[in-house]
Ligand binder design. Structure first.
Ligand code: HSE
Length: 372
């Protein structure tokens, strides 16, 4: 059988690099013939020995792109907006797999998160769907965490308070966060040497430093290190951010509106972590279950969910972005029924935003399509 021809665009960026690393680990490249495209360095040597071509192909060349059975892009929405409609206008019938959000809510796009919506994916594959888009990281991580409750159809609503990492805003923002940390430290490093020095003097120096003309904030616009930013993505008016809007709307699309309509709403906040998004979820169930039952259902949600016991030591040792960074685990802890209502449960969940939040669903849909 001829192997599928897969063209990859945007493999050098942050999500693309995480994706390629995962694909190498899982030996995915043995399953298809891969061609690497570049928007800026076509003709240069390709760095991967498993590439079918030893040169990089031109990602702006429709004729080359059209030869692919599948195009997977992590290049971003601008590239998708420019190239995708032209390919389809030229009757290209291949599969388009995209990390960017541009096509996500289109009628003919499926948001891919196969541990949650494999049935939908299979159904859409059978009926000829060809456009597959990764979901918003926060939504995907939330759904993976409470998969066990959702699939039993017992969730009425979810309120999600997020603690989102710098990586969600991009590689430059991760760099800037570290620069801000370094800048702050450097202004008080002498004062820190003096063990008997005044902490209030240190604090005042830090507060003053936030106002420095040269404080690095080109990307975040404001300090994130030593502070936080309670707004993510654009302003949709009415006090709602686009990131918050996605919580409800992408959830419904991922679940194919098949379940009793789940309502999702919350407040999205950027904090000074590197690549793991955390979320405090308050969940209203449609029945009164014991904490043990709830824990049981959550841990049976999928193979990546790892439940952390709700006590001080386990929590501070094991429930943190530092602990799950670079891993596929979806941590779920602090599970407790709130005293507000017998059907309300709260939990804290953490996942790597670059893995399950971005790269992993893409490599998995590629495997699903190519084994069909
Ligand atoms: N919008 C997310 C964030 C990232 O800014 O953290 C990707 O879905």
């Amino acid at each position: 059988m001829n192997k599928h021809k897969v063209g990859i665009v945007g493999w050098r960026g942050m999500v693309g690099s995480v994706l390629i690393k995962r694909m190498i680990e899982e030996k995915d490249f043995e399953k298809f013939s891969t061609f690497f495209f570049s928007t800026s360095q076509a003709g240069d040597d390709c760095p991967f020995r498993f590439s079918e071509s030893n040169k990089l192909l031109d990602a702006n060349n429709l004729d080359d792109l059209k030869k692919m059975d599948i195009i997977l892009t992590c290049q971003g929405s601008d590239f998708t907006e420019k190239v995708y409609p032209k390919l389809r206008d030229h009757s290209w019938q291949g599969h388009w797999i995209d990390a960017a959000s541009f096509l996500r809510m289109n009628e003919d796009s499926v948001i891919i998160l196969d541990p949650i919506n494999r049935n939908l994916i299979d159904k859409k594959l059978e009926t000829g769907n060809k456009t597959w888009v990764g979901g918003n990281c926060t939504v995907s991580l939330m759904l993976l965490a409470i998969n066990g409750l959702i699939k039993e159809n017992i969730v009425e609503w979810v309120s999600s308070m997020t603690y989102q990492a710098a990586s969600g805003a991009g590689a430059n923002n991760m760099r800037e966060l570290l620069k801000q940390m370094g800048y702050l430290h450097q202004t008080v490093s002498d004062l820190l040497e003096d063990k008997n020095g005044s902490i209030l003097e240190i604090d005042q120096t830090i507060t003053n430093t936030f106002q420095d003309q040269s404080f690095p904030k080109e990307n975040f616009l404001v300090p994130l290190a030593g502070s936080l930013i309670p707004w993510i993505d654009s302003d949709l008016g009415g006090g709602l951010s686009k990131e918050e809007w996605k919580g409800h709307n992408e959830t419904l699309k991922i679940l194919d509106h098949h379940y009793d309509p789940i309502k999702v709403d919350g407040l999205c906040v950027r904090i000074g972590t590197m690549r793991c998004h955390s979320q405090a979820l308050t969940i209203k169930l449609n029945q009164n279950l014991s904490e043990d039952d709830i824990l049981d259902k959550i841990s049976n949600g999928n193979e990546w969910v790892k439940v952390i016991s709700n006590n001080r030591d386990e929590t501070i040792q094991n429930l943190s972005p530092a602990k799950v960074s670079g891993k596929l685990d979806i941590l779920v802890g602090r599970v407790r029924k709130l005293k507000l209502d017998e059907n309300i449960v709260s939990l804290f969940t953490i996942g790597d935003q670059l893995l399950w939040g971005a790269a992993e669903p893409l490599r998995r849909i590629l495997s699903i399509i190519t084994v069909k």
